[in-house]
Design a protein around this ligand. Structure first.
Ligand code: PMT
Length: 221
């Protein structure tokens, strides 16, 4: 029979949200359940790839038979992805990474006092943008979670972060985005729209996305 589409390929996937510590009992996170990234990791495994799943905060169960690399913060995620980067063939950034983290991480629980409390936040590293700058042979896939002007913002991120593909997610659509088992996406490359997928299972989005990536990698050699 035919060799599986991604046999011999190393696929790195990030999934879930990041956790940005405030103090020993509190943190900032987001609504990512990890399902989209898990679906991609499972699809890559089914297509024969060697899969590294860098997993932040999630509400659901990761797939079996993929190597799990649990992380908390954006900085941890950056370091984990960087360790897997050099020999990766495809890198998919489905994780919802916090753009900011608390400037100070308190070692003791913050005490209640006063009617207001301000937390100063500082910018996190943009993992995808940093990878985009270091890209050599890697096929880099970003996601864009948007609530307005989806195509414009997604294509702007594709350019700025030097991705090969970007998966644009209108997270205001029913059955799409955070927490659901389904998603509805537009996939873009530099030239424009590659594919529009209606509301379908995240597993099906994942398979379609990896097939496009596999075809494009094959077309390079
Ligand atoms: O996990 P689920 O509940 O299944 O939900 C899926 C999802 C909605 C989280 C997923 O489909 C999705 O859209 N993920 C990207 C969410 C996001 O952070 O989007 P963004 O537009 O803020 O970021 C754009 C890209 O840059 C993303 O690939 C992100 O991983 C990356 N990024 C962002 C900020 C940062 N500091 N570093 C990054 O690498």
């Amino acid at each position: 029979g035919q060799a599986p589409l991604l046999q011999g390929k190393k696929v790195v996937v990030t999934a879930g949200g990041t956790i940005e510590r405030i103090d020993p009992v509190r943190y900032i996170t987001n609504d990512s359940s990890g399902k989209m990234g898990f679906a991609i990791a499972a699809a890559a495994r089914d297509l024969g790839a060697d899969v590294k799943l860098v997993m932040g905060s999630t509400q659901s169960k990761p797939p079996e038979n993929v190597e799990l690399i649990p992380v908390q913060s954006a900085q941890d995620m950056y370091e984990a992805v960087t360790r897997e980067w050099d020999d990766a063939d495809i890198v998919v950034k489905a994780a919802a990474v916090a753009d900011y983290r608390p400037k100070e991480v308190y070692t003791e629980k913050i005490k209640k006092k006063g009617d207001t409390l301000s937390l100063e936040l500082v910018k996190n590293i943009d993992i995808l943008e940093t990878l985009g700058k270091q890209k050599t042979h890697q096929f880099l896939i970003g996601f864009a979670a948007e609530t307005q002007s989806v195509e414009m913002y997604a294509r702007e991120k594709l350019e700025r972060k030097n991705c090969d593909l970007i998966v644009a997610n209108d997270v205001t659509r029913t059955g799409a985005g955070f927490g659901t088992d389904t998603n509805a996406v537009h996939i873009y490359d530099r030239e424009g729209l590659v594919e529009e997928l209606p509301v379908i299972a995240k597993d099906d989005v994942a398979h379609r996305l990896l097939r496009i990536a596999a075809e494009r990698i094959a077309g390079r050699n």
